[in-house]
Design a protein around this ligand. Structure first.
Ligand code: FES
Length: 167
């Protein structure tokens, strides 16, 4: 991180995450803030920050494709393809309700599942303020000790599956 000099400390709660030009070049950056793993990403001239581990099973969102679904810009988790809106952390899915008089495939919402954080920019410096929404949001689980242990176990399983298929 850059030396910010005396008298230039950011306001409480603001975490400096990088210079704007560096973050734009990187497009996706991993940061740990107050012990929380965060993905900072830049897409179509906007910065977003959200929990790094997918709420569903802790998959890393870093390499997810970004696409628009139902008018919402979403990251698609590489692990099981869940779609999570970048702006709100809402999980959406497409389905057909067989009880509809004329069953038609449409988009449904599971609600806010991934915690998103606020990004601000001052003079080329980019800051993240962590979300303080008090209610539990599913992605919180994979930031805690239990979730971390579960992620590690799943990663170990995935890599042993890969080594079996490649040998
Ligand atoms: S871990 Fe992200 S969709 Fe399953």
């Amino acid at each position: 991180m850059e030396d910010r000099g005396e008298g230039e400390e950011p306001a409480a709660g603001l975490h400096f995450v990088g210079m704007k030009e560096d973050l734009i070049k990187a497009k996706r950056s991993f940061r740990t803030l107050e012990g929380r793993d965060i993905l900072v990403l830049y897409h179509q001239e906007i910065f977003y920050a959200l929990d790094f581990h997918c709420y569903h099973a802790g998959g890393p969102l870093q390499n997810g494709d970004i696409e628009e679904f139902d008018g919402k810009l979403c990251i698609v988790c590489p692990k099981h393809k869940y779609k999570i809106s970048l702006a709100e952390g809402e999980s959406i899915y497409r389905a057909t309700n067989p009880y509809d008089p004329v069953p038609t495939t449409r988009w449904y919402s599971k609600g806010i599942k991934q915690r998103v954080h606020t990004v601000t920019e001052t003079d080329g410096d980019v800051y993240v303020t962590l979300s303080h929404m008090s209610r539990f949001i599913e992605s919180d689980y994979f930031q805690g000790e239990k979730g971390k242990a579960e992620r590690e176990r799943m990663e170990a399983e995935d890599s042993s599956k890969k080594s079996i298929t490649t040998s």
